[in-house]
Write a protein that binds this ligand. Sequence first.
Ligand SMILES: C[S@@+](CC[C@H](N)C(=O)[O-])C[C@H]1O[C@@H](n2cnc3c(N)ncnc32)[C@H](O)[C@@H]1O
Length: 372
Amino acid sequence: MNERRPPARPALPATAAPLSAPAAAPAAKSVAKSTGPSSFVVSLCRPGFETAVITELGGFGLRMAFRRPGLVSFKADQQLSSSDVRQLSTIFSRRLGLAAGPFESESAAIDRAVELASSVGARVFALTREGLLDDDPRDLVDAEAMVVQELIDERYQSPPADVDAPVVEVICVDGSGDDGRFIVIKAISGLLSCPGGMPSFDVPAASPSRGFRNLQDAVACFGLSLGIDDIAVDVGAAPGGVAWALVQRGVRVMTIDTNPLEAELAKHPLVKQLCIAVEKIDLRWLPPATFLFLDLNQPPRSALAALAPIAERLLPTLRSAVLTLKLGARVSLDEIPHWAAIIRRMFPGFDLEIAQLPSNKSDISVGLRRRR
Ligand SMILES: C[S@@+](CC[C@H](N)C(=O)[O-])C[C@H]1O[C@@H](n2cnc3c(N)ncnc32)[C@H](O)[C@@H]1O
């Protein structure tokens, strides 16, 4: 998966050719070539965060071409290759891809998707904008998309599911059927195994909260591994969806919250509960944790200040961490590099990735993994 870094970069990283530079000769099967002469990049994001994506990708010299809730397309001055698109690290894009189209009918879009998928051995996902508008990624593949998917499947046999296999997505952005407007994208970044780059996890009835999905999304998107050898400290844990997801994996958890955990979870043999303000804990109470999760309903400044002594204490044993940053109703992109710098200092020797996970709302998540 791409590393996503904070926005406000003036240009591509030094290793990459700036987008305004003359195009390098495309490889025989480069995506830019196989998606046609268009130089369009499409970003799928949480509806309402289109402006954030436009700002992020504008920093790479891409101009917004058109936008719909949950979808923004961009025009580059030249054709782009897959590796060019991989350099476009963004926090707010769940999926980035090179676009073909738009297509004014379902059949034209399907023809193109099948042609493109056949040429690169890709799996094909069909999505509709109705799905993109929904809060719950389970609905991303809705009835309309299922019809398109069936039509594709009749004509094209997708290779077996493989997290690294190329993916082509057919997205209905307006209308439906042969009155619709479609975009076909060759997916470049975002979880390739999931439609729209969005993992989809049902929240089990037994989970005390939707925090379950935060943990599952973070594991999938940041590529974490958590199991019976792990010990977690969960800061801001109540009522306990994250902790519940952890114990399902066999992880031992110490929870910290002023509020109590849901009663059943509190009795679980793998759970130890500290019902106390995080600022008041005695660091000697903490176990030698391998995983740290932060989800305080506080602004980043105070949440990170409260976390700092805990992070320092756990640093020798930690392997990974996930920190939820509540950006508030008025998201300020400018603040993110500031918080990222504080977190980098707090976790020396860790790789940092920032993403708006499907389960994040106005918040974002920071994934940290100890560098090997
Ligand atoms: C969004 S909720 C956490 C949800 C939880 N992660 C889950 O999976 O169910 C935020 C929590 O932060 C806790 N919190 C806020 N400030 C706190 C503090 N200073 N000390 C301890 N807990 C705090 C609140 O009591 C609340 O339960």
